[in-house]
Design a protein around this ligand. Sequence first.
Ligand code: ADP
Ligand code: ZN
Length: 297
Amino acid sequence: MGSVIFGGIEGGGTKFICAVGTSPDDIRRETRIPTTTPEETLGQAVLFFNEAEKDFGRFSALGVACFGPLDPNPDSPTYGHILPTPKPGWSNANVIGTLKSAFDIPIAFDTDVNGAAFGEWTWGAAKGLDTFIYLTIGTGIGGGLMANGKLVHGLLHPEMGHIMIPHDKERDPFEGECIFHKDCFEGLASGPAMEKRWGQKAETLPHDHPAWGLEAYYVALALANYITTLSPQIIVIGGGVGEREELLSLVRKNVQIILNGYVHSPAITRGIEEYIVSPGLRGRSGMLGAIALAQTA
Ligand code: ADP
Ligand code: ZN
């Protein structure tokens, strides 16, 4: 066992985190690569893993948890590619092909949020569960879903950030900033949407600012939709915006008000502090999830 080691990549829109190790207590090396072009970004990742293999020996497998939209279907001709995206240069980028040609080892590939969900399931807040959601609220909003013990892909993969939620334009005249849908959930509630609506970065909004009440209401509407359609056993909320503790407590209250007792589980009616939770792995869910994915490759 001693020589078994894995590589993991959490591919984000602003940075790629590459790590080498086997578990939360055994990350032997880690680096952050700014997300520029696919050639440059993946090239730097390959260099990092090449150097690491010199010091730690050959990896057993790689795991990649990457921003999307992407093609996670191994039987598809575009498996492992980024699908058309507004992100400059990344449409149709062949992420897995590039890594495969550098490393002739098994490579597991999934969305960033499915990866984070898998990390939380392996080592974090979702241990032992079989149906739950990992939602990130940051630059974008996205959800990873495990259902009956399997990460869900389906047609492509879920796009939980782009659901439509009620938008009362009298209470909130902001038109929304999703380039596809304007006022979908992400268009109303991502970090950049908050920044545009209030004219300041979300991290600078004080805890008593009305922004948080509105944000919590939107997040709670989305969660009510997920709870009623998917029946998750817990919901883990990460991301820069999502990890604000004062937001989570408002979200919990709003979810109870919106569901109005209908989803009749003590998890919601009485134990909601343990039902809507922050990631057990804090900011490391994605990176550790990539390592956990590698272990399944
Ligand atoms: P990314 O989604 O790019 O991986 P983050 O999850 O950190 O990265 O999300 C970045 C977004 O979250 C930005 O819009 C930023 O303004 C916002 N953000 C980061 N930290 C906080 C914070 N402490 N409170 C509120 N918003 C934050
Ligand atoms: Zn949208």
